[in-house]
Design a protein around this ligand. Structure first.
Ligand code: ADP
Ligand code: ASP
Ligand code: MG
Length: 457
């Protein structure tokens, strides 16, 4: 069997869902399971509604919900004939009534907790997956809707819940495998799971890719296909460099580094389940399905270019912890990292000197409290609006002088931190956020003016 995941733009309206249907129909003999995101921008709108409700703005919250209701009803009526529409409409209506009730509840309590936020955000995938399943049925693909909350078991870390693989795999084997064996196409929403007690959770923004990989690994898929709105993983974000090249083939390690450091086309956790089961992952374009996309495999073939791609991750804060003469004191670094751990703030890039440590984190609300905590150990400064730029390629391992070449091109750019990851396949540095487009374009011109035709499209 294979897993086919369709992202938000691939299910953004009825005609996009028609394309999904055509693509899936062409692969029926490979016994697909389909995982879908919410329709484009729906998760953002749901979170905005939840936030408005939390702030007591009942009107705004319900208005956003009304707009979503209309969009889903319209899509449903375009997709399926009258017979199925009545049934589907009743389902959507019940879901939107529940959403409105939830939003009113949030207004009444006057507080939006992460748990309730997940409850609201989950509606996007719950709705889109029902629409896609109904569209398949209406077109005689024998499909069945699967509620991801019955399959994907997570812990309680709302908004970034961690999937519990053993229980999830048992559920998949018990609930989904028999459907596939019976020749049905299961359609499930990504991003959403539930705790053991059945409380709805989400696994982090962009998490539908991860859901697809979990399902693929759990059901021993022969391939995981991530269908999106670009021709594959590109040498950099095509919105920054329209002349970016498609990467035909890339290793799991390289793809993981790129995803982690900002290549939004793939959720960073996606490759883990695939690596464990050695399942190839493909990135494909639902608007250009004949393009062969990007294949992500355990080992990449030899490449003439030094790098495979350049990624950038914005909204980064640098935290400087300066402790004159204290750094050598045993346990100081541990105390710093313990503070990050207590506040549950993951660190990306670290650099140290004798007297100070600089760390980068994703900008978030926990930083002021974390900084206050760190201030008990040493002097603390933090500064937002930074970005991490990351160049990735396995040739970094065995080509001397690359750092000199990269930074030689950026002589006029203020570089705040530099790190060459222990994986030896990435070169990473931190700059001001507003310099990202210029820096990426300059590096891309220098390193991808000519490309190895066996690796790049
Ligand atoms: P989906 O909704 O299908 O999950 P996303 O918006 O999450 O799609 O990811 C696709 C987008 O990722 C592309 O439109 C592109 O702008 C962006 N992107 C960033 N870096 C890259 C890259 N290196 N290669 C391809 N796309 C990239
Ligand atoms: N709909 C979710 C989001 O927008 C998950 C996803 O699309 O992958 O973050
Ligand atoms: Mg995505």
């Amino acid at each position: 069997m294979i897993v086919m995941k369709f992202g938000g733009t691939s299910v953004e309206n009825a005609s996009a869902m028609e394309r999904v249907y055509e693509i899936v129909r062409g692969r029926l003999e490979r016994r697909p399971m389909v995982v879908v995101s919410a329709m484009a921008k729906v998760t953002d709108a749901l979170l905005a509604a939840a936030k408005a409700a939390g702030a007591g703005d009942r009107e705004r919250a319900l208005e956003l919900s009304r707009e979503l209701r209309e969009r889903h009803y319209n899509t449903a009526s375009e997709l399926v004939g009258t017979g199925l529409f009545t049934q589907l409409h009743a389902r959507l209506e019940a879901d939107f009534d529940a959403l409105d009730e939830l939003l009113r509840g949030i207004v009444a309590v006057g507080e939006l907790t992460p748990r309730t936020s997940d409850h609201v955000a989950a509606f996007g995938e719950i709705l889109s997956s029902q629409l896609v399943a109904a569209a398949f049925k209406a077109r005689r693909i024998p499909s069945v809707h699967v509620d991801s909350r019955d399959c994907i078991v997570t812990d309680h870390s709302y908004t970034r819940a961690i999937p519990q693989l053993d229980e999830t795999n048992q559920n998949l084997k018990k609930l989904v495998q028999p459907l596939i064996n019976d020749g049905l196409v299961p359609v499930m929403g990504g991003f959403v799971g539930a705790t053991r007690a059945g409380v709805t959770t989400t696994i982090g923004r962009g998490g539908s890719d991860f859901s697809a990989a979990i399902v693929g690994a759990g059901l021993d898929a022969s391939a995981i296909e991530i269908w999106t709105d670009v021709d594959g993983m590109m040498t950099t974000d095509p919105r920054i460099c329209p002349d970016a090249h498609r990467i035909k083939v890339i290793s799991f390690d390289e793809a993981a580094e790129l995803a982690y450091f900002g290549a939004k086309v793939l959720h960073p956790a996606t490759v883990l389940p695939a690596i464990q089961k050695n399942i190839p992952v493909y990135i494909l374009n639902s608007r250009n399905p004949s393009c062969e996309g990007t294949k992500i495999i355990p080992r990449a073939p030899k490449c003439e270019n030094i790098f495979k791609a350049i990624a950038a991750k914005k909204r980064i804060t640098i935290i400087d912890v300066a402790a004159p003469r204290m750094l050598l004191v045993h346990g100081f670094l541990k105390a710093i990292f313990d503070a990050f751990d207590r506040h549950r703030v993951p660190v990306d890039v670290v650099s140290t000197s004798e007297v100070s440590v600089s760390l980068t984190v994703d900008s978030n609300e926990a930083i002021p409290a974390l900084a206050a905590d760190l201030a008990q150990l040493a002097d603390v400064k933090y500064e937002g609006r930074k970005a991490i730029v990351c160049l990735v390629g396995e040739n970094l391992r065995n080509t001397p002088g690359i750092a000199g070449k990269v930074f030689g091109l950026l002589g006029d750019v203020k570089i705040r931190m530099i790190s060459q990851g222990a994986s030896e396949i990435n070169l990473t540095f931190v700059i001001e956020e507003d310099e990202v487009p210029e820096v990426i374009q300059r590096l891309h011109r220098a390193f991808f003016a000519e490309v190895d035709a066996t690796i790049f499209g």
